[in-house]
Design a protein around this ligand. Sequence first.
Ligand code: ZN
Length: 283
Amino acid sequence: MKLANLGGRAVLVTEDRAVDVHRASAGRFGPDPQSLFDDWASFAQWASTATDATPEASVTLDVAALGAPVPCPRQVFAIGLNYAEHAAEAGYPPDSMPVTFTKFPSSIVGQDAVVELPEGHVDWEVELVVVIGREAHRLEREQAWDHVAGLTIGQDLSERITQLQGTAPQFSLGKSFPGFGPTGPWLVTPDEFADRDDLAISCRLSGESMQSSRTSMMLYDVPELLVRLSAVCRLLPGDIIFSGTPAGIGNRRTPPRFIGPDDVLVSEIEGIGTLTTRFTAGD
Ligand code: ZN
């Protein structure tokens, strides 16, 4: 199943159209995309039979108009240094714990967002984003995928001066300017992937390839991240986890490269699609 947010309404994505969840379910689910995660198991069960049965609920799919598939997560976890080559370029040895911070939920946007660039050095980080479908605390590794509603593409946009200033760096602030959490274009359920643990992941800035790797290169894979995070926090339905970025970020290039107002950032993950983000100069 592919689930999207079309103008604030949950839709199932079919070939080139979409099915309005609220109408197709006669009001049982939606229209708010975030509400589906409260009873994800029932929704997924219904959705598995719904796609073709309801022509009156079929709507045109305008991909550029899609909002974030998870628009208002209660918790947004983000993981740093989760690919060895990226940890090395950033100057850190691999850690014995996943480096964990948050992107405050007000930073979350969807497909084709136009992000106003704050003063400073704005950098890209393509990431696989995991969406929680069932509450979890102290998960065992074997159960972890059962708690995942789906996967989507994310950009952990980062203003490096804010992020790295001070004695203890300000990761969460430097990564939470408005629009700094593009996600989408839609959520794809884990059963749709041939191998959900090994997906090609890449991004291009204005046509130039910047990052290219595979999610199987993560130091802590998706089940391990859920085990480690849920050992401390309760993971709630509709929470999202940015799972870390591969090598190729802008501030470790020679010379450094940062995002400018005319740049277009295209992020891609195998089996999900592409997420486009545009930028504009700040005042
Ligand atoms: Zn990141």
